[in-house]
Design a protein around this ligand. Structure first.
Ligand code: HQG
Length: 188
């Protein structure tokens, strides 16, 4: 299978495993797992994508952000983070570093200044440990802006943080008082 076709299929997998399992006619269990045989059958049934076990394993292994995990017994697959469907992917509650970064677009900043950072359609606000990653995330939405989140202070104030197995930091909500906008100017 060509790289481009695999990428196309991977984007569809992300949709199915995070947001819309019905797009492949499957269900996720409460921990976000999809049965691999059912998933393969469902993806092929769409007629728009081709998937077999080997291709699926390649997609999982080559994914730049390590978005997916296969269960230890090899029968199930799930996305590591990024869900909008309500699943519990066994995230580890972890003490965060003093600062984490959130990449967003300039057009959202006015609203963020008033409301804080909300998870919007996803289950959590996504934070990165470095500004570079945050800039890339922000670019997906428009002119990027990197916000600095005082995660250490939040944690000491009782807010919970989770680290996904692919190293994305997650929290439910970031109130305005913990967001620093200084990096707006430097984020080109
Ligand atoms: C913004 C990708 C207005 C928020 C990335 C973001 C990430 C507000 C957008 C992961 C707001 C939601 C998640 C408020 C937040 N007013 N806008 N009060 N609060 N926002 O896509 O963080 O490649 O749901 O700043 O790498 O961009 O898919 O979240 O711009 O880790 O694996 O609302 O998705 O990973 O957008 O991205 P998203 P995100 P993948």
């Amino acid at each position: 299978m060509k790289q481009s076709e695999q990428k196309h299929t991977s984007i569809f997998l992300s949709l199915v495993l995070r947001h819309q399992p019905s797009a492949a006619g499957i269900l996720l269990d409460r921990h976000g797992w999809a049965n691999i045989d059912e998933l393969i059958e469902g993806v092929n049934r769409t007629g728009r994508y081709f998937l077999d076990r080997r291709t699926l394993e390649e997609i999982v292994a080559n994914d730049a952000k390590q978005r997916y995990s296969i269960s230890a017994d090899g029968t199930k697959i799930r996305a590591n983070q990024g869900h909008s469907v309500k699943v519990d992917v066994d995230l580890t509650e972890t003490e965060p570093p003093e600062y984490l970064y959130h990449g967003t677009a300039e057009r959202f900043c006015e609203s963020i200044r008033t409301e804080g950072l909300k998870s919007k359609t996803r289950l959590y606000v996504h934070l990165s440990k470095d500004k570079h990653t945050a800039t890339a995330v922000g670019k997906r939405h428009g002119k990027p802006v990197v916000l600095t989140v005082s995660s250490g202070k939040m944690y000491r104030d009782g807010y919970k943080f989770y680290l996904s197995v692919n190293d994305v930091w997650l929290t439910k909500y970031v109130p305005v008082g913990y967001i620093d906008y200084e990096t707006e100017v430097s984020a080109k």
